[in-house]
Ligand binder design. Structure first.
Ligand code: CA
Length: 229
């Protein structure tokens, strides 16, 4: 975890300084951007390992920043928001964030979440290349394909697919998926997994219409519904 670069996009100086202090204590290098319209350029310039992105910002709001960044970067983005009802929209398909932190938060909580997100982005050594039916997941290249067409997945969606495909047919509970994909909890966590699954299904369905690849197991969780090759 040492010397990972975190870009904090936050216009409230006190909050930004506090987060910087806590993150630096853990060995992270921290860059602060106070305006949304400057944040996109900063991502280009410093290529951070993770971005903490406030929703309400001068210049350009967090949602627009996230969309702009997603056009050229897969950097993990953690949205900071007081609007719990916005979470479904923020995560994944529509906006492209990987995770969220609810305001008000404690700096410790933020550090734990940053570590958890970075941890889940690290490729698993055991499952480098998995093929199941028409779906192939290559951990080294961070690439998932349906047939020969590449899926455009966010880091969280990729991680989720990687977990599901590691044991096709096995039911994973939401809690388990959350632990493997997210590692940390905040209010409404079930919705995070459900949102990621919903987006993943949509993206797979673009190439595999009419086939239910990820099944919902009522009251428990999800499983990948394909026969291994
Ligand atoms: Ca703000």
């Amino acid at each position: 975890m040492e010397h990972r670069h975190i870009l904090i996009v936050e216009d409230e100086q006190k909050i930004a300084a506090l987060l910087k202090e806590y993150l630096e204590r853990e060995g992270f290098r921290v860059i602060i951007s106070r305006r949304g319209d400057q944040a996109v350029a900063q991502v280009h310039k410093v290529a951070p390992d993770l971005m903490l992105l406030d929703l309400m910002l001068p210049g350009m709001d967090g949602v627009s920043v996230c969309r702009e960044v997603r056009k050229f970067s897969n950097v993990p983005i953690v949205m900071v928001t007081a609007k719990v009802e916005e979470i479904d929209r923020l995560i994944g398909l529509e906006v492209g964030a990987d995770d969220y932190i609810c305001k008000p938060f404690s700096p410790r909580e933020v550090v734990a979440r940053v570590k958890a997100v970075l941890r889940r982005m690290m490729p698993e050594t055991a499952e480098k290349n998995v093929v199941c039916g028409p779906i192939a997941v290559d951990a080294t290249a961070h690439q998932a394909k349906v047939g020969d067409r590449e899926l455009d997945l966010t880091p969280s969606e990729f991680r989720l697919l990687q977990v599901l495909i590691s044991q096709p047919g096995r039911v994973f509970s939401r809690e388990e998926l959350l632990a493997r994909v997210q590692g940390y909890d905040c209010e409404g966590y079930d919705r995070t997994i459900d949102s990621h699954i919903k987006n993943l299904r949509k993206k797979i369905a673009e190439h595999l219409a009419g086939k239910e690849v990820i099944s919902t197991v009522y009251g428990i969780g999800y499983r990948l519904n394909l026969d291994p090759l």
